[in-house]
Design a protein around this ligand. Structure first.
Ligand code: NAP
Length: 258
């Protein structure tokens, strides 16, 4: 690249193929639509059957939307995602590990099975899926993996011990993968969303006291909408971020700056 060759085309995803997990709603849906608007075709991975809204939004952009139903707490299902993408599109340029779950309970009452569920979905499936994608990307000599971290990749939180543990681990794995794969022209980075209005945060938004506590700490003084994250995912999926590796990028209205 030279100074004169740089253009907004560096943000274009024309001709790229992206996998987004958990894209039937919430942030995953916003990431999928953003990638499609930037030119990518999508393999949408969702546990629930109903992805019609996501399909309509992607097809509105003129891009192709294919769906794969998988419960990411089932390792055998996780291992089928990348082969499915190869079967449909013949390559994988971008993987967005978005699907995640949060189960809230006081620490001393926290159930072992809930610990296992959260770790399986948020961490183990992300690891296995990234490993499968990395094998293909090493062969292709290019690729982008975008993990979804959290403010609880940096902070402890309350009532969500496995969520915190899994999201700290996501930040660690982002760096571990980047260290081994950067030399193959594969960039692995993470987005750490702040407080976004989705189903994931509905219980704390409806809790008046907790909602007020959260809002009082956000310099931007508002909850984010999933659309606030669309530019970030396109940037990390595009040539414009080719020298970014192992970074956890907070999009948090300034939460961590406080
Ligand atoms: P959401 O609306 O609850 O969406 C979560 C997505 O993950 C849904 O598509 C859900 O599918 C999927 N998922 C959960 N368990 C799954 C499983 N076993 N197999 C397959 N898919 C599964 O929440 P969101 O806020 O958009 O969260 C998306 C990601 O952002 C998560 O990783 C979350 O931790 C992270 N995040 C969110 C916030 C926030 O403030 N909202 C902040 C930081 C990080 P179903 O519809 O089938 O349940």
């Amino acid at each position: 690249m030279t100074l004169t060759s740089f253009s907004l085309d560096y943000f274009s995803l024309a001709g790229k193929v992206a996998i987004v997990t958990g894209a039937n709603k919430g942030l995953g849906q916003a990431y999928a639509v953003a990638l499609a608007k930037a030119g990518a075709d999508l393999l949408v991975v969702a546990r629930s059957g109903d992805c019609e809204e996501t399909r309509a939004l992607i097809e509105e952009t003129g891009r192709r939307a294919e769906f794969f139903q998988a419960d990411l707490s089932d390792r055998e299902a996780v291992k089928q995602v990348v082969p499915e993408c190869l079967k449909v599109y013949g390559k994988v340029d971008i993987l967005v590990n978005n699907a995640g779950t949060i189960l809230r309970s006081p620490l001393v009452e926290y159930k072992e099975e809930d610990w296992d569920t959260v770790m399986e979905v948020n961490l183990n499936s992300l690891y296995l899926l990234s490993q499968e994608a990395a094998k293909v990307m090493v062969e292709q000599k290019r690729g982008k993996i975008i993990n979804i971290a959290s403010m609880l990749s940096f902070q402890g939180g309350k009532f969500v011990p496995p969520y915190t543990a899994s999201k700290h681990a996501v930040a660690g794995l982002t760096k571990a993968f980047a260290n081994e794969l950067a030399e193959h022209n594969i960039q692995i980075n993470a987005i750490a969303p702040g407080y976004i209005a989705t189903d994931n945060t509905a219980p704390i938004r409806t809790d008046e006291k907790r909602n007020a506590e959260i809002l009082s700490r956000i310099p931007a003084a508002r909850w984010a909408d999933p659309s606030d994250l669309m530019g970030t995912v396109v940037f990390l999926a595009s040539k414009a971020s080719d020298y970014m590796n192992g970074h956890v990028l907070a999009v948090d209205g300034g939460w961590l700056a406080r």
